[in-house]
Design a binder for this molecule. Structure first.
Ligand SMILES: NC(=O)c1ccc[n+]([C@@H]2O[C@H](COP(=O)([O-])OP(=O)(O)OC[C@H]3O[C@@H](n4cnc5c(N)ncnc54)[C@H](O)[C@@H]3O)[C@@H](O)[C@H]2O)c1
Length: 310
């Protein structure tokens, strides 16, 4: 399948990042979004994200479409990044099926809504599926590829091929589950993080320090299972499960259920703002992006050393 023309529907945080990534891989992109500052937002994103990708991104490669129909008319792939709302996605995908060429893949960035939830009334849903990125998609490699109940195997494989084409690491998930895998993991951790702050064990900034100085570093090199396999020493995962795992399992029942009613939520928001509110969004996101690029580049070098050794 050829991947020359992309339509990006919704150019907020995620859509702008995808746009930069697609242009960075030689694609021409048609963007549709009712926001009045669309041209400025696209140009600013291309200028900011180009250096992350090590290329100059040509604004002439991005066309502003007057509506969704115009955006998808010649598309090989459509990446949807509109509001996280089932009704919106139902209407939009009904339009996409009618207006996009019959070979076009119809992908949704949805963080938590499986495609079967918004394709029930669509006669042929065979080329609709989730391609869920992590923010920002032009930097974080993973894309969760989640077929719906009626997505064809060909479309799933084409989505894998497409995300590899734009330098991502696609992982196909075999069952639809709200939140998919990444956000379920993230949510499980966030729930405990919120609980620990609510209980006064640590402040938001201290909690973040715990993560970035331990699990964050570990998990960018080994996932939880390989981490535990190594944590078990030469006895591996079996030793870990039968030894420390026993006391860890006993802890499951006591994991936190935060309150997060309106008052607790307000208190938490204030605590996070106290920790980070003196910096602007762009200061914080630039620092995050610089550090994430450094991690990715270090991981790349470590992987090439391994390849040379083997
Ligand atoms: N922000 C994240 O961390 C993140 C990560 C992964 C996936 N996602 C998913 O990506 C999608 C977009 O999230 P976001 O954070 O970029 O949201 P966002 O609010 O930044 O952007 C949404 C954009 O959609 C536009 N829009 C509204 N109606 C539209 C229409 N009819 N046609 C075209 N565009 C329209 C809005 O103007 C806005 O620019 C959601 O489904 C979300 O779940 C978000």
């Amino acid at each position: 399948m050829k991947f020359e023309k992309a339509a990006v529907i919704g150019a907020g945080t995620i859509g702008l990042s995808w746009t930069a990534l697609f242009v960075g891989h030689g694609m021409e992109v048609w963007v549709s979004d009712p926001r009045p500052d669309l041209r400025e937002a696209v140009d600013a994103a291309l200028a900011e994200f180009g250096p992350h990708l090590g290329v100059t991104l040509d604004p002439a490669k991005v066309h502003l479409a007057k509506d969704v129909t115009e955006a998808v008319r010649d598309a090989d792939i459509v990446q949807e990044n509109g509001p996280e709302n089932v009704e919106f996605k139902k209407d939009l995908f009904a339009t996409l099926v009618k207006e996009a060429p019959s070979h076009a893949l119809l992908l949704s960035s949805s963080s938590a809504i499986p495609s079967t939830a918004f394709t029930g009334e669509i006669e042929d849903a065979s080329r609709i599926l989730i391609g869920h990125p992590f923010n920002p998609p032009h930097l974080i490699p993973l894309v969760e590829v989640v077929p719906g109940e009626r997505t064809s195997e060909e479309a799933t494989q084409a989505a894998v091929e497409f995300y590899r084409f734009v330098g991502r690491v696609p992982v196909v998930e075999r069952k639809e589950i709200p939140g998919f895998v990444g956000n379920r993991l993230q949510n499980a951790l966030s729930r405990e993080a919120i609980y620990l702050v609510e209980q006064g064990v640590v402040t938001p900034a201290e909690l973040d320090d715990v993560m970035t100085n331990s699990l964050g570093i570990r998990w960018s090199t080994v996932g939880p299972f390989l981490g535990s396999h190594l944590g078990g020493g030469p006895g591996g995962y079996r030793h870990m499960a039968e030894h420390i795992g026993v006391s860890m399992k006993k802890m499951w029942a006591g994991l936190g259920q935060p309150e997060q009613g309106p008052a607790e939520q307000e208190e938490l928001i204030k605590a996070v703002e106290k920790a980070y509110g003196s910096s602007t969004y762009s200061e914080l996101s630039e620092t995050r992006d610089r550090k994430q690029l450094a991690v990715l580049s270090a991981l790349d070098s470590a992987t090439s050393v391994n390849k040379e050794e083997n």
